[in-house]
Design a binder for this molecule. Structure first.
Ligand code: NAD
Ligand code: MG
Length: 387
């Protein structure tokens, strides 16, 4: 029986690479459902090719045109809206849900997928940043495995295979350092969104590329690692590793370190999440160990304030990581549209964290309310910049 996969965010960077993996292993995997937010034309093309049982377009404004594009494919059911995402993930035939949408919007469908006992292949790290405690509790309660797709967490996960209950002494979480790694703070003051969108080693969606440039992405990944592997953040060391070859490592009680290496290619962690514990062949480039040296540096938290803020949010716990995420979603978008500067991003997130009401409970509704309140506060601050 082929495994039935639902891809949330199939038109994005992770989504399209996942379809590539599925195509390469069409004997093992089948697409059950594809979803997108706005790109209905791409979604229709994907549906024509992969013939899923259903497609969902989150933005309801695109429902009619999407239906028209697919009106000669009666085998593909078309749905629209956020509620349809929550519903489709629990369809009985689905074995795995790949969460590859961006931001807070991924939280609700992920919760529904866990409640329906679907294996989660998690790319949407914001879900764990916002609601790590709740998600872990639910996954445990419903006996649902969460397989990391983020390359660093996949590397950690791969390093832990066979280690059973052996204690983790330290997680070594690598970071490329982004395009501004060697810039002074003064130089960072003047960078544009176009500069930030030129990632040195990975090709990804726009939001995560900006997060990588500010190193908020690494801050998120520290939080993600804490929840996925049950390790306190003090035991997670960020290493700036500009080559992006060592995808992360784990140090054990005897000082031994296990790492996973390879060329930067997200298809490997995506495929591993699908096939675990098996490894399947993957066509593509192989790492040439003679080609370049491997370097490691300490991150500069003074320069990359967002990374420091992520540690602070985690230290405070409760809804603070949710505040961190929502404020970041606002400033990330504002920066991409030229409405705030690169350094404004960290400053606004910091001020928003001081202003939004703190709540230490871990309920879904608290996260929804916190997300909404934070967006209001952060948007207001972005607005004030222009006055
Ligand atoms: P992307 O922008 O390329 O694609 C996002 C996808 O999600 C699209 O299909 C889009 O239609 C959909 N989407 C966006 N907002 C939505 C909303 N509000 N409701 C419903 N659907 C929505 O993003 P990406 O780079 O593929 O990243 C996806 C997720 O994976 C992010 O959480 C990111 O942090 C994580 N991730 C990405 C990479 C990477 O290499 N791209 C690596 C690690 C983790
Ligand atoms: Mg990553």
């Amino acid at each position: 029986m082929k495994k039935q996969i639902c891809i949330l965010g199939s038109t994005g960077s992770i989504g399209t690479q996942a379809l590539d993996v599925i195509e390469q292993h069409a004997d093992l995997y089948e697409v059950y459902c594809l979803t997108a937010n706005n790109r209905y034309k791409e979604l229709a093309e994907q549906a024509r090719k992969f013939r899923p049982a259903a497609v969902v377009i989150a933005n309801e404004a695109h429902y009619e045109p999407l239906c028209q594009l697919l009106n000669d494919c009666p085998d593909v059911k078309v749905y629209a809206g956020k509620a349809a995402l929550d519903e489709i993930v629990s369809a009985t035939p689905i074995d795995m849900v790949l969460t590859a949408m961006v931001g807070f919007a991924g939280l609700s469908p992920t919760i529904h997928a866990i409640q329906a006992r679907k294996k989660i292949c998690l790319a949407n790290k914001e879900t764990l940043v916002v609601a790590g405690e709740l998600i872990c509790k639910l996954a445990q309660q419903h006996h649902v495995p969460i397989l990391p797709v983020d390359s660093e967490h996949s590397a950690i996960f791969q390093s832990l295979v066979g280690e059973n209950d052996n204690e983790i002494e330290k997680i070594l979480l690598t970071a490329s350092g982004g395009p501004f790694r060697t810039y002074t703070l003064e130089r960072m003051r003047h960078v544009t969104a176009a500069d930030a969108l030129k990632h040195p080693t990975w090709e990804m969606g726009a939001k995560i590329t900006i997060d990588s440039a500010s190193m908020m992405n690494k801050g998120f990944e520290v939080i993600e690692a804490k929840w996925l592997f049950g390790v306190p953040v003090e035991k997670i060391q960020v290493l700036v590793h500009p080559q992006s070859i060592v995808h992360s490592a784990v140090q054990f009680a005897d000082g031994g370190i296990k790492a996973q290496l390879g060329v930067p290619d997200m298809r490997l962690p995506i495929q591993y999440a699908f096939s675990f514990p098996e490894r399947l062949p993957l066509h593509g480039q192989r790492l040439d160990m003679f080609k370049q040296p491997l370097e490691f540096f300490e991150p500069d938290m003074g320069k990359f304030k967002c990374l420091a803020l992520a540690y602070e949010a985690m230290r405070q716990g409760g809804n603070m990581p949710c505040v961190l995420n929502a404020a970041n979603e606002v400033v990330n978008e504002a920066f991409r549209h030229g409405k705030c500067s690169f350094l404004d991003m960290g400053n606004i997130i910091e001020k928003t964290m001081q202003r939004v009401s703190y709540d230490k409970s871990s309920q879904f509704q608290i996260y929804v309310d916190t997300d909404a309140e934070t967006r209001r506060v952060a948007e207001e601050m972005v607005h004030e910049l222009r006055r």
